[in-house]
Design a protein around this ligand. Structure first.
Ligand code: IMP
Ligand code: MG
Length: 179
């Protein structure tokens, strides 16, 4: 275990099993649909790359970059699009892939934005759900794990851009971000 990790919350094995399970559910759900998987960079990369290999359907991928925390551990509530989609999503069935839904502010904004671009449907798949600090109502159709109000890192999640490559989800030691 990494020295800055207080506790492993979700193990590599648990993530692997859950990703398989979600992939099968998503495959069933989008059968015969025109699926576009949209990853929200950079937190999605590890989860997305494992998940799409469990989805047994033709699909396309696109990516967006939106501003989130910077170097703080609390959401500012301000959402800014830094990189937009490359392809039109009109009439497509969009599945947004997220690492975590915390305040929900990023997602609620993104869902409205994607609907306004005339997607046929817009749903969310998030590895983690941290409901205690929710400020905006968002429906997470495909959910991995519900977690308590702790700042977590690993499997795509960062603190100040570090720790994304840890193969598990762990709680960051508070002294790492308070010192
Ligand atoms: P929200 O808008 O507050 O729902 O969260 C937006 C983004 O904040 C997520 O996509 C993550 O990149 C980041 N975030 C929220 N909670 C955590 C956490 O516990 N660890 C690392 N990043 C987080
Ligand atoms: Mg982040």
């Amino acid at each position: 275990m990494h020295n800055d990790v207080k506790e492993i919350l979700i193990t590599e094995e648990q993530i692997k099993a859950k990703t398989k399970e979600l992939g099968a559910i998503i495959t069933e759900y989008y059968k015969g649909k025109d699926l576009v998987v949209i990853g929200i960079l950079k937190g999605c990369v590890v989860f997305l790359s494992d998940l799409v290999r469990e989805i047994n359907l033709p699909l396309t991928m696109d990516f967006m970059v939106v501003s989130s925390y910077g170097h703080s551990t609390k959401s500012s509530g301000v959402v800014r699009i830094i990189k937009d989609l490359e392809r039109d999503i009109q009439g497509k069935d969009v599945l947004i892939i997220e690492d975590i839904v915390d305040s929900g502010l990023t997602l609620s904004y993104l869902m409205e934005y994607l609907k306004s671009r005339n997607a046929s449907s817009v749903k969310v798949c998030s590895l983690l759900d941290k409901p205690e600090r929710r400020k905006a109502e968002v429906e997470i159709e495909f959910k991995g794990f519900q977690i308590p109000d702790e700042f977590v890192i690993g499997y795509g999640l960062d603190y100040a851009e570090v720790y994304r490559n840890l193969p598990y989800v762990g709680i960051l030691k508070p002294e790492v971000y308070t010192e």
